[in-house]
Design a protein around this ligand. Structure first.
Ligand code: F6P
Length: 546
């Protein structure tokens, strides 16, 4: 039995879960008209309503006891002060330092990282202004009109998700494009309409060894130099963001064109660093700073708010309750604003790469469910695709519904329709409709008894499906910064409660290593005897067929 399971709160929650599994949220709402007041948190620019979960005051008290008994507050201090809580990589976890408003020194391994961050922000600002104002010129003396960010995982998802989410705020000074897939189809498609004279590439890679990114970067360099006929043009068209400057330089990128990243920033938490350069180029540096400010506000809330009113803590506790205690195995992320269309992909990496693990930080096998699989889509599109499953399958999928009060692109009649669906869905998922109601409704519509008998079971919605509602005032850089930081801290708290080392990602290494070996075999038309017969036969088929 793990350390966690012997905690009094854990044991109590296990008992409560048995009881709650027999209850319906309709009864909880009928018995308590103040659930919204009790189970919601309002911050200046966002509101979390978690009342539509199978919880009551006793459940919440015990979940909060669990947070106390697992020392969430002490771990929070360790993270913010730079203790090496990424144990397996022996690294600090300090993405919060990237958006810290204080000038106070933060010393890590004898270095003041506040100074390092400030230095990079100053370098970013100067660069962003130079490009946006047309003073950074390409090899033929023309201004830069298009930015292509080459990166994958954390070096792509965060920046691209934010670029999409904040499209409305772009003034069009430059056009930003992203290339992440090593399938040549993507880079070819992105580069096809562009003119090499006007394009600036950002090669974003913390390690600067990621094969996909290196392959795309080399292709981009060839594309440029075959137009410029000059290797030196690379200096005018390529910048890099990395924690390994020497690797970027050996690819041919000028030392001055390299922005720093640090090993104390995890890839999936890095959009606040120069990895977010494409965002700053698109929106301007002031808007990028607003994004950082929003995240910083959430950091302060996370540090200072009592656990009971602490948004990221509550989000984590609800997720642990639904997953570890009530047995849900997946969780849907359902944004309703069009511009948040990449949010679920972004959170997939953030949550699953962080907590998708099955040993504790001491290396013991965990004997409880950890993070659910995260998936999702824009809510309206989902309604006409997979919501059938959310409403009536025999698998309960808790969901986060994310919407905004004000539309940034108001079109008469649209936002009310959008939000009517937003509110209707969480109510329907919670309340459902029982057989008696279905029969009464069909009868009122004049249906025959035979028809009612046949159809009624199919129209029953059991309801009792947990949802959180996150309502943003509007999608703007500050609010988005706060939302992303809330999820980051949720992931951290969840990891602490479940004893997961949230900041490593060993699970991606095995496949990477094998791919490198297989690539050599494919290129030399050989097949190693090490492979199982399925893999060997597939490779043989491929080699023969191509
Ligand atoms: O393969 C997963 C991963 O290691 C992520 O953690 C990371 O965000 C991504 O690859 C990209 O890594 P890099 O920024 O070093 O290219």
């Amino acid at each position: 039995m793990s350390d966690r399971q012997i905690l009094p709160s854990w044991k109590k929650l296990q008992q409560l879960a048995l009881d709650k599994k027999t209850q319906h949220m309709n009864t909880l709402f009928a018995n308590d008209g103040e659930r919204f007041e009790k189970f919601s948190i309002e911050l200046p620019n966002l509101l979390l309503d978690y009342s539509k979960n199978l919880i009551d005051c006793e459940t919440m008290d015990n979940l909060l006891n669990l947070a106390e008994e697992t020392e969430v507050c002490q771990w929070r201090t360790k993270m913010f002060t730079g203790e090496k809580i990424n144990r397996t990589e022996e690294r600090a976890v300090l993405h919060t330092a990237l958006r810290r408003k204080s000038d106070e020194a933060l010393i890590l391994d004898g270095e003041n990282i506040t100074e390092q961050v400030d230095k990079q922000l100053i370098k970013m600002e100067a660069f962003v202004n130079k490009v946006r104002q047309g003073h950074w010129l390409g090899y033929s003396g023309k201004r830069i009109t298009d930015i292509v960010n080459i990166g994958v995982g954390g070096s792509n998802l965060g920046p691209q998700m934010v670029t999409e989410a904040l499209k409305h705020y772009s003034d069009g000074a430059v056009n930003v494009h992203y290339v992440s897939n090593v399938d040549g189809a993507q880079i070819v498609e992105v580069l096809r309409p562009l003119d090499p004279q006007n394009v600036l590439f950002i090669v974003s890679s913390k390690t600067f060894t990621t094969t996909e990114t290196m392959t795309n970067a080399k292709t981009a360099m060839k594309w440029l130099t075959s137009a410029s006929f000059d290797e030196k043009s690379v200096a005018k068209h390529f910048v890099a963001v990395t924690a390994h400057k020497e690797n970027a330089m050996s690819l041919g990128i000028e030392a001055d064109n390299i922005f720093d990243m640090w090993d104390w920033v995890g890839g999936r938490f890095s959009l606040w660093s120069a990895i977010g350069l494409a965002i700053a180029l698109d929106l301007g540096f002031d808007k990028f700073k607003e994004l950082l400010d929003g995240a910083s506000d959430m950091d302060q809330h996370f540090i200072n708010a009592p656990l009971r009113n602490n948004m990221p803590v509550i989000m984590a506790l609800i997720s642990v309750w639904n997953t570890t205690f009530l047995g849900a195995r997946s969780q849907a992320i359902l944004p309703y604003d069009q511009t948040l269309h990449m949010l679920s992909a972004y959170l997939q990496q953030a949550e699953m790469e962080s907590n998708g693990k099955s040993v504790t930080w001491d290396g013991d096998e965990v004997d409880y469910a950890t993070v659910p699989s995260i998936w999702g889509e824009l809510g309206i599109n989902g309604q006409h695709a997979f919501y059938q499953y959310l409403h009536q399958s025999n698998n309960v999928v808790p969901a986060d519904f994310i919407g905004s009060v004000e539309s940034v692109t108001p079109v008469k009649g649209h936002h009310e329709t959008l939000m009517a669906n937003f509110f209707a869905q969480t109510q329907a998922l919670m309340a459902g409709v029982n057989e008696e109601q279905v029969r009464a409704d069909l009868k009122a519509k004049g249906r025959t008894a035979d028809y009612i008998d046949k159809v009624a079971p199919h129209k029953v919605h059991k309801g009792n499906r947990p949802t959180n509602t996150i309502l943003l005032k509007r999608i703007d850089p500050k609010t988005l910064g706060s939302l992303i930081a809330a999820y980051e801290h949720k992931i951290f708290v969840q990891g602490i409660i479940l004893q997961i080392c949230s900041f490593d990602q060993w699970g991606v290494e095995l496949g990477k290593g094998l791919a490198a070996e297989i690539q050599q075999e494919l290129e030399s038309n050989t097949i190693s005897s090490k492979h199982d017969c399925s893999t060997a036969s597939l490779m043989k088929f491929y080699q023969k067929a191509k």
